[in-house]
Ligand binder design. Sequence first.
Ligand SMILES: Cc1cc2nc3c(=O)[nH]c(=O)nc-3n(C[C@H](O)[C@H](O)[C@H](O)COP(=O)(O)OP(=O)(O)OC[C@H]3O[C@@H](n4cnc5c(N)ncnc54)[C@H](O)[C@@H]3O)c2cc1C
Length: 480
Amino acid sequence: MSDGAHRHKVVIIGSGFGGLFGTRALKRADVDVTLVAKTTHHLFQPLLYQVATGILSEGEIAPATRMVLRKQRNVEVLLGEVTDIDLENRTVTSHLLERTTVTPYDSLIVAAGADQSYFGNDQFAEFAPGMKNIDDALELRGRILGAFEQAELSHDHEERMRLLTFVVIGAGPTGVELAGQIAEMSDNTLKGAFRNIDPTEARVILLDAAPAVLPPMGKKLGDMAAKRLEKMGVEIQLNAMVVDVDADGLVVREKDGTERRIEAQCKVWSAGVAASKLGAVLAEQSGAEIDRAGRVRVLPDLTIPGNPNVFVVGDMMLVDGVPGMAQGAIQGSTYAAKAIIAGLKGQSPADRKPFKYFDKGSMATISRGDAVAKVGKLEFGGFFAWLGWLALHLWYIVGYQNRVITLTSWGVTFLTNKRGQMTITEQQVYARTALDALQTGAKKAIPPVHTSSPRALHKTEAPAAKAPATAPSKDAEQAG
Ligand SMILES: Cc1cc2nc3c(=O)[nH]c(=O)nc-3n(C[C@H](O)[C@H](O)[C@H](O)COP(=O)(O)OP(=O)(O)OC[C@H]3O[C@@H](n4cnc5c(N)ncnc54)[C@H](O)[C@@H]3O)c2cc1C
């Protein structure tokens, strides 16, 4: 409870859907909030595929968190990757380059989300990047457009075919949306832009080890989406498990055990997710259970055993019937914020009502003017589903200005087939792995800063030892 000398301190880890909406829900509460995130922005992940395919710019879907929250006076935003949570001493430890920060908390909301999972085959990542953050989306844009550029220069038929074959691994909503957009881009946007190749000859393959497209949306909508994608020329290959990936292609194992190779330069992985490793940190100290995807089995009030002040929300939480979707994170973190506020008013954790998820439905776009949607028992597809998808996504994009710019970009793309964000740089495609390697080592440690108050951080903030000019950390890269 707050008193004159000490305001209740809430630390929130992550600036995604869970982190941002939880922070906003504490706007009028008598608390100090510290939001720690490893990226400077709030990312609207559902539209990452549009950045990858040149419809939107990264700024449209990822406004700076600090700017979004600048008017919320009870919040400070810290950039840093959280590596440790000490439940006994109630502290969170984060790092930015060589700087370590230790932040104490009275209540903690952990919303660090999930990363791509390669199901134990992390070596696939180099050749089939996933799509979880802005860097991934820009790298993919570079890989997709770069493949067309290389094909234009090739005089060898087989090589051209390899360069013009795009394989999307994973037929969930992200895979469906990405495959549809690559097909639209090659058939419409790029038509007539090359002299030696015909982009409309590009092959787009959507494959999955499961027997269905869009399994979470059910058979009817899955079949509908598959038919529409096939009409656009996307090849759908189901019951096909990827067992190897290299620079020039991939190997697929069929249900009967036979293996075949697909020659393709550009591969995209959208097949699985693994929750933040912070879940394991919490589980180890609290005895909470974690599942194979690293999600924490939380109590009915979204806290972990023995820690009624520590909430785990969003993609990191395991609650039966709650999908890994934006609404799960938004509703979970809003619930946690309300529980914290009720606690300040004297409510005991034992009196909290269990978290209840309200399913608002799910949607996936297939192409311009076409989507599938499931709202309650209602399942439908086509133009009205697409309009609903547009409206809903526009509503949840953060910031009025971003909504206007996004609407304009959509107008350009959907009415003219043109895309405003087709720029790629060499670094987007090749530099990331090199930078990661260079970044290892060569870091001087600065003694940890304890942020018992916002001022403490500012007071002790000494000029950092310079990071190697050629090796910015991933955070610094994203900050740019
Ligand atoms: C490509 C794609 C498409 C999607 N499409 C849809 C869709 O159409 N509809 C839908 O409802 N859902 C969709 N989702 C899922 C949805 O985006 C997630 O369920 C939602 O973002 C989860 O919110 P979260 O707050 O748990 O995690 P996130 O939004 O992922 O946020 C995690 C935050 O934690 C930060 N972070 C991570 N680790 C650390 C650390 N160690 N230290 C500090 N900060 C850290 C990250 O920088 C980020 O700010 C999609 C996801 C992806 C990847």
